[in-house]
Design a protein around this ligand. Structure first.
Ligand code: BLA
Length: 899
């Protein structure tokens, strides 16, 4: 029987026994609609709650009568604030009057009921929780410092979870795209010979309904596999009055019994006590941290909480690791794409451009082979089936999903059995049709992943009654798989589509100028720099997130304990971290945006010092960053964002030239290029400049490298590490700003790139002056028209303006705005979103308004995607742009400066 059939069959398996719990704690079920009466309870409730279990009626009492009013009030409060979700139950401790022990409570609401689970604290719990907290801290420090390798990170996490909880074996389990999984790390007792490390397990071992639950509910805990389940008793009157008298849903109860078939699995594996915790990455179940013990094992609540927190930190760290890995692969393919397109723009022959020379389409997508069918000819690269079979395949492909430009599968033989004999080299295929007639096509092939080490045979056994049973053995079971290749990634499909687009534009429509490619390439270069940045920042980001989550957790904890004294401190810490994270994101977005050129008088010292932090984070701890601001620095006129972009590119180059660490100096000084210098350099105009140098102590460049350093696409970085556009962009930017770029470099000493930007002598621009401390308020009663389709944004802007003393008129779209502007209504300033519904965008609105009101001042506010509307060069006079998101005081300052 195949694994797939088992997955379907297992997905009907009930994932717990309804109506029973594990006996290590007690469960109370409360109906909020019935005045918070306890309507059901586990049969052990009074034994767990009371030292002397006299016959106290629990069912039928209110939760306040049994657990006290303080607890009941807090519970009610959380319920009304909807802070009792099963995903994040409320953890608290309470002590009942006259009872010598305290209770650890976990409460959540689900399906209209509130479930309170109580576990008696043991004498050692408090001390164990303290130790667990300390160990958790150590674990986080080590996880932060671990290099970007999944296995290394997994081992660190597993080792610390084991230290914190005392389990004999901890496994990090990762799902693949088909929900099969692999134990990617294992730490265990030496005397336990069974090893799961590296083994794969089929999807049916953790079937779909279990995965769906684990995505929402973070932990499964079984202290004793063989404990006798404890039944739930319910008030029969209440039960029969239920609209649908079904069992109480225990999905999110931490005490719930686990599926019997899974307990059998543990018996077969020799496991008794266990915990598994969900590793969530971008809202999906990435994997599990699985803990095993051969005997019963009962870590305390504090230890479990610490292990869960560590799992979350691991998930964050893994998330950034995966992003970095994808970024790197994507950047490599982007560089190849750029090279292919350039190649294409110069070449006469499409097929030759794609298949000959150093870079061919065969280099893309880790393919075994590729083919180009163009203009009736066929060219093959790498390992492929013979031409006749390829023609047969293409004839079939042309009949598939005829509306799509791309076709892809990672299991070709299943759909096209004629190719079953080629699975060893072509079990996956990606096809890109160049035009709608499907005559021309590019193909890539992938081979199957050969061998899988399963933990026991993945082909489930059926019992006599036909139900599927867990396997008996977990020994290594080697399978050679046929007919399935690694799936094509979404971003690979995107790149394939860009290539198709590029070929159509460049060749088929005859646009052979490199200039036509510039826009696309500039954007891909930016994406590359963003990738670099993200890689560098993700780490920091996680630190910040940890700060936020940690503080919030502490706040939650203290609130739970009713300790309100020190909360300000944690709220402050969380806010600080959140603000820092927000400013990093903001930078990143500003950077990746297609910019509208907006040259302004600029204080370079200020710009450099505002970037210092970002540069330091990008270059990493091995590089000492120093910025030198000289007094009396002249101002210059340029686009601040482009200058930031240039400096960042230079810093990244410098970092790459100093793999062993070193010093990076950024310095701004006044400079005079005199006539002698201008005579020597024909393109230089003598005059006053602001000179910004970026100097490293790295490997330096040889003369021939230096000579070509500004050429587009010239790069010294290994294939895949850069498109080579960094320096040429810097060069282009300086030229555009009427300045120059020079390089001084010596092998073994370092490199210094210097940007000369012309001195600006004009009137000071208010926006570039020092930031105002107080919100500037209106002088008279000027009138502002605000056009934005987003009501919340419109309201916020309106409120700020009114606070400042302006009169405000609001409009929800371009047409409504234009009606106001076409009327005699005086308007001093138009503030408009660029992207507006209803056929008239902000730019068109402003242009239309200026026909009748040529002096109207306009402030555009734009989001990321809309900037292109403004991007054809510079803005008309008295028009300015602000990009969302912005701080409200920055908006106020901008408006004041325009009035
Ligand atoms: C649940 N199966 C699970 C869980 C794990 C595994 C970790 C989560 C519950 C827990 O915390 O124990 C599987 N455990 C593994 C794997 C490793 C491991 C792969 O240690 C390897 C390192 N299981 C079967 C078959 C069926 C099945 C054939 O093998 C179905 C017929 C079902 N597994 C099954 C069900 C659950 C489960 C129903 C849900 C248990 C529950 O949450 O109630």
């Amino acid at each position: 029987m195949s694994g797939w059939a088992a997955d379907v069959s297992c997905s009907y398996e009930p994932i717990h026994i309804p109506g029973t719990i594990q006996p290590y704690g007690a469960l109370l079920v409360v109906d909020p609609a019935l005045r918070w009466t306890i309507v059901a309870a586990s049969r052990n409730a009074s034994a767990v709650l009371f030292e002397t279990p006299w016959l106290k009626a629990i069912i039928g009492s209110s939760i306040a009568q049994v657990l006290g009013t303080v607890f009941a009030k807090a519970l009610l409060h959380r319920f009304h604030e909807e802070r009792l979700g099963g995903e994040a139950p409320w953890q608290s401790t309470l002590t009942l009057p006259d009872q010598p022990f305290s209770l650890d409570a976990s409460s959540h609401s689900h399906a209209g009921l509130v479930l309170v689970e109580l576990e008696r604290s043991r004498p050692a719990d408090q001390a164990e929780a303290m130790t667990a907290g300390r160990l958790l801290q150590e674990a986080i420090v080590e996880l932060r410092g671990t290099r970007n390798s999944l296995e290394a990170l997994g081992r660190v996490a597993a080792r610390h979870v084991r230290l914190i909880t005392g389990y004999e074996r901890v496994v990090i389990y990762k799902f693949d795209a088909e929900w099969n999984g692999q134990a990617i790390a294992e730490l265990k007792n030496d005397d336990w010979s069974q090893s799961l490390d590296g083994l794969h397990f089929p999807a049916s071992d953790i079937p779909a309904q279990a995965r769906a639950l684990y995505q929402r509910s973070p932990m499964r805990f079984v202290p004793d596999r063989d404990a006798t389940p404890m039944p739930l008793d319910a008030d029969p009157v209440w039960m029969s009055a239920r609209a649908a008298p079904q069992a109480i849903d225990l999905s999110f109860a931490r005490l719930r019994s686990l599926s019997p078939i899974h307990m059998q699995y543990h018996r077969n594996m020799g496991v008794n006590g266990s915990i598994s915790m969900s590793i969530l990455h971008e809202q999906t179940l990435w994997g599990l941290v699985i803990c095993h013990h051969r005997r019963p094992h009962h870590p305390s609540p504090g230890q479990r909480t610490a292990a869960a927190a560590l799992t979350d930190v691991f998930a964050l760290r893994v998330g950034s690791n995966e992003r970095a890995a994808t970024d790197q692969a994507r950047r490599r393919e982007l560089a190849l794409l750029s090279a292919l397109l350039i190649h294409m723009a110069d070449a006469e022959d499409v097929t030759a451009a794609l298949t000959e020379g150093e870079t061919t389409i065969g280099n893309l997508f880790s393919s075994t082979g590729a083919a180009v069918l163009y203009n009736g000819t066929v060219a093959l690269i790498g390992e492929t089936p013979p031409e006749t079979d390829i023609l047969e395949l293409v004839a079939w492909l042309r009949t598939q999903n005829t509306a799509d430009k791309l076709f892809q599968t990672n299991a070709l033989s299943a759909a096209f059995p004629a190719w079953t004999r080629y699975t060893a080299i072509a079990s996956g295929v990606l096809a890109v049709f160049l035009a709608a007639d499907r005559s021309d096509v590019l193909l890539w092939f992938r081979q199957e992943p050969q061998i899988v080490n399963w933990g026991g045979s993945p082909h489930a056994d059926a019992s006599e009654s036909g139900s599927i049973l867990p396997r008996l053995s977990f020994e290594r079971w080697v399978e050679t798989r046929h007919g399935v290749a690694t799936p094509w990634d979404d971003w690979e499909l995107e790149i394939a589509d860009s290539l198709r687009h590029g070929i159509m534009e460049v060749v088929i429509r005859g646009l052979r100028k490199v200039a036509d490619l510039n826009d696309r390439l500039r954007q891909s270069q930016k994406m590359e720099a963003v990738g670099q940045l993200t890689g560098g920042l993700a780490h920091d980001f996680n630190n910040l997130l940890t700060g936020i989550i940690g503080s919030l957790e502490l706040i939650g904890h203290r609130l739970g304990q009713g300790r309100l004294a020190d909360l300000d401190r944690y709220i402050g810490a969380a806010m600080t971290s959140a603000n820092r994270a927000a400013s990093l994101t903001h930078r990143l977005l500003a950077f990746s945006r297609r910019q509208t050129l907006d040259p302004r008088p600029l204080d370079v010292n200020r710009l450099i010092s505002s970037m210092e932090d970002l540069i330091r984070r990008t270059t990493g701890p091995g590089i000492h960053v120093e910025t030198v601001a000289s007094g009396g620095l002249w101002r210059t006129l340029c686009d601040a964002n482009q200058l930031e972009n240039a400096l960042l590119n230079l810093a990244i180059n410098a970092r790459d030239a100093m793999p062993e660490g070193g010093r990076l100096t950024i310095e701004a000084t006044n400079a005079r290029l005199d006539d002698d210098y201008a005579d020597l350099h024909p393109d230089v105009i003598a005059g006053q400049y602001v000179a910004i140098s970026v100097t490293d102590t790295g490997s330096g460049m040889a003369a021939e490298v230096k000579a070509r350093a500004f050429d587009p696409f010239f790069t010294t970085k290994p294939l895949g590490q850069g498109t080579g556009l960094g320096l040429s962009m810097v060069y282009g930017f300086a030229k555009q700003s009427n300045g120059y770029t020079t390089i001084y470099s010596e092998i073994g000493q370092g490199t210094s790139v210097r940007l000369y930007l012309p001195r600006y002598l004009g009137k000071d621009d208010a926006a570039a002056a020092a930031l105002p401390v107080l919100l500037p308020s209106s002088q008279g009663s000027e009138i502002v028209l605000v056009v934005d389709d987003e009501p919340v944004v419109r309201m916020l802007i309106g409120d700020v303006l009114r606070d400042l003393g302006y009169a405000v008129i609001e409009a929800a779209d371009g047409a409504e705005g234009l009606r106001v502007l076409d009327s005699p209504q005086p308007v001093d300033l138009l503030i408009s979103d660029v992207g507006l519904p209803g056929g008239l965008n902000g730019r068109q609105l402003a242009d239309a308004a200026r026909v009748g009101r040529p002096d109207l001042k306009v402030l555009f506010i734009t989001g990321y995607a809309e900037n292109a509307v403004l991007s054809d060069g510079m803005l008309a006079p008295a028009m300015q742009v602000m990009t969302k998101p912005f701080a409200l005081d920055a908006l106020a300052a901008k408006i004041r400066s325009m009035m």
